[in-house]
Design a protein around this ligand. Structure first.
Ligand SMILES: [Zn+2]
Ligand SMILES: [Zn+2]
Length: 236
């Protein structure tokens, strides 16, 4: 991590220690992600596509996108729609060093933890490339998973999946480019995942390309099934 950023993070931590928290979305003094901003989130409610979890206009069967292009994941679910306070929370967590917001986000994930068609043996956060991890100082998905697993008493594993390749951010890429960007970017410890039902967690899921690339690597190395759970997902 460059020294300027390191110094900045240290100062932020020191200042945060002495100052009361302000909400990452509305800026009100009190909680790091206040109750009224949490209430403003748009939850994903039934009917949802049983595979990708997108809202459906009809009540039965999979969505058009899943019928066309099958995902390697059994199921994907997200807590809320990306936008407004959800976008602010993710932005603060990823780009402003506000790691404290991971805890209330994970609490929401625990309260809305889906009922899966198959219980998962353990949870794996989508890993960052070591270079990005050094820049950011933490893996935001790893923080979400640690807080989530404390809440729901589940196991997590941050060592069985890692990135072998530095990929450019997915923002601004179309569906096909997103797939190409992350294809083959993950490596897996076969001994840890073989025969296991795995749940992947990420902060945000757009096309599902990152989850799909990670799932493909896990399945190739013997995972029994892979599901995905994110904090937020764009609708439409
Ligand atoms: Zn707020
Ligand atoms: Zn679908």
């Amino acid at each position: 991590m460059p020294w300027r950023r390191r110094a900045r993070q240290f100062l932020d931590k020191a200042v945060n220690f002495f100052l009361p928290s302000v909400c990452v979305s509305c800026g009100r003094v009190g909680d790091v992600f206040c109750e009224s901003c949490q209430k403003s989130l748009t939850w994903f409610l039934d009917p949802l596509c049983p595979t990708c979890g997108r809202p459906l206009s009809h009540t039965a069967g999979r969505c058009a996108s899943c019928r066309l292009d099958a995902l390697p994941l059994q199921e994907i679910r997200a807590v809320c729609a990306f936008g407004g306070a959800a976008r602010d929370a993710i932005h603060a967590l990823k780009f402003e060093g506000m790691f404290a917001v991971a805890e209330p986000m994970a609490l929401l994930m625990s309260e809305r933890f889906p009922t899966w068609s198959q219980p998962c043996d353990f949870i794996i956060p989508i890993p960052l490339h070591p270079e990005r991890l050094r820049e950011r100082g933490y893996n935001q998905a790893g923080l979400l998973v640690r807080h989530l697993c404390q809440r729901i008493a589940a196991n997590y594993d941050e060592e069985s999946l890692w990135r072998t390749r530095h990929t450019r951010p997915q923002v601004g890429l179309d569906r096909v480019q997103r797939r190409q960007n992350v294809q083959g970017a993950f490596a897996v410890d076969r001994q840890r995942v073989a025969g296991q039902h795995v749940l992947l967690v990420d902060d945000v899921c757009t096309s599902g390309a990152t989850l799909a690339a990670a799932a493909e690597a896990l399945l190739e190395h013997g995972a029994a099934s892979v599901r995905g759970f994110c904090f937020a997902r764009p609708v439409g």
